[in-house]
Design a protein around this ligand. Structure first.
Ligand SMILES: NC(=O)c1ccc[n+]([C@@H]2O[C@H](COP(=O)([O-])OP(=O)(O)OC[C@H]3O[C@@H](n4cnc5c(N)ncnc54)[C@H](O)[C@@H]3O)[C@@H](O)[C@H]2O)c1
Length: 394
């Protein structure tokens, strides 16, 4: 009779059916036990082949309280920071989730891979392009799996955008308008780590801008960015009336606010493609518009989407000609029948890559272009002129 623990378990009910060998436990830790770490731990707890063995946070006692809250026992947390935890070889870690604020993404990813541990790194990849390159050098040197946490890519409607582009239905793509944003939505419900320069490094541009960029760049195969003319502002974040959801915190948060709350850019991509982008945490408008992808044979309209929440904003429309007649085809929303959420899929695909030694599901070779655009927008906004984007080979 087969060993019960070695029986394959299906964890996905959608097309990404994956059979998990629950007999081989992966030893996992979490670096940074704040807000998003909650989604990571819930997803890990749903995996039959994961043992959460450690966690750490810079704030003393925070990691211990975090694991207690989720009822996870026998987790080592008595570390001052990620480096101390990674130096503990008794943990025999296979993988870590890095759930720190943006400015700690690069150092933590470097420390983990140098310690021989695979990494699932939260988005945005890093704050600057230079940091991203440093991380990629270590990734190459160590051969570890490093995946960036873009779970919306795993949504069936998001995948449909890529399928439509790849089908050739739109012809040659030459112009894309994308972005998104909120009328009032500066993310301060859990403190100020998203709005302070020292912790976040970048504001709306990196936080939700990276999702909008990934949605369209992934669809068109991540062409190389060449130049960018960018703009960013912070009129709302620095105003006590708007700087924070928490009642009574506006005055304090407006003083701490050190990033952008709005950004826009005109980006040239390899292949003679123009990307027109805008993103907002707060503005006097409901939406900066739908995403549109124009091609020589057809155009795709994706209704204004909160793509950071993982899906499109409504049925998409293809504008094309049929037998010389201008027509529109509505692409219905694909109903999500999977019981497995996007976060669980993100964790699973990353674990599978670590386990099987296969490529990272969201590879740095793509996301470095996303980061290069963000970096270019910030540089251009600061200098007030168009800048070139040069991504060094790693
Ligand atoms: N994928 C998503 O849907 C999603 C959603 C929200 C946030 N995020 C990303 O997750 C990251 C974290 O966001 P958050 O809201 O959880 O932030 P947070 O401020 O609530 O938590 C971050 C925690 O990391 C700790 N930390 C920082 N550096 C550390 C280090 N070197 N070692 C140990 N601990 C360290 C901090 O003390 C803090 O407790 C951000 O980069 C954010 O962009 C992703």
């Amino acid at each position: 009779m087969a060993d019960k623990s070695m029986e394959g378990l299906n964890t996905f009910t959608s097309e990404e059916t994956s059979t998990v060998d629950a007999g081989k436990k992966m030893r996992v830790a979490i670096i940074g036990t704040g807000w998003i770490a909650g989604s990571h731990i819930k997803a890990y707890l749903a995996q039959p082949d994961v043992e959460i063995v450690a966690g750490c946070d810079l704030i003393p006692g925070k990691a211990k309280a975090f694991f207690e809250k989720y009822g996870v026992e026998n987790v080592k947390t008595d570390y001052a920071n990620d480096e101390e935890m990674l130096a503990d070889k008794s943990l025999q870690l296979d993988a870590v989730s890095i759930c720190t604020y943006n400015c700690q993404h690069a150092p933590c990813a470097i420390h983990a891979m140098e310690a021989g541990v695979n990494v699932l790194l939260e988005k945005p990849f890093t704050v600057t392009l230079e940091e991203a390159i440093e991380v990629m050098k270590v990734e190459k040197k160590t051969g570890k799996v490093l995946s960036i946490g873009f779970q919306p890519r795993l949504d069936d409607n998001m995948k449909m955008i890529k399928k439509i582009v790849e089908s050739g239905e739109l012809g040659k793509i030459y112009y894309i308008q994308t972005g998104g944003g909120r009328r009032r939505g500066i993310p301060t419900p859990h403190g100020s780590t998203f709005i302070e320069k020292d912790t976040a490094g970048i504001g709306a541009l990196g936080d939700i801008g990276c999702y909008s960029l990934d949605m369209v760049l992934n669809a068109i195969g991540y062409p190389k960015p060449l130049t960018v003319s960018g703009y960013k502002s912070a009129y709302f974040g620095t105003d006590p009336k708007y700087s924070g959801y928490a009642v009574g915190k506006g005055e304090k948060y407006s003083k701490l606010f050190g990033v952008d709350d709005f950004a826009a850019a005109f980006i040239r991509l390899e292949g003679d493609i123009i990307l027109d982008f805008r993103i907002s945490w707060a503005m006097n408008m409901d939406t900066p518009g739908d995403t549109i992808i124009l091609g020589t044979k057809g155009g795709l309209r994706i209704p204004s989407t909160e793509c950071w929440n993982g899906t499109v904003g409504g049925p998409m429309t293809i504008y094309h000609e049929v037998c010389g007649q201008q027509t529109q085809t509505v692409v219905p929303i694909i109903e999500n029948k999977s019981k497995v959420g996007l976060f669980e899929k993100k964790i699973r695909t990353s674990l599978d890559a670590c386990k099987n030694g296969t490529a990272a599901p969201v590879p740095t070779s793509q996301i470095v272009y996303n980061q290069a655009i963000i970096d270019g927008i910030a540089r251009s906004a600061e200098t007030g002129r168009e800048v070139e984007i040069n991504v060094p080979e790693v």
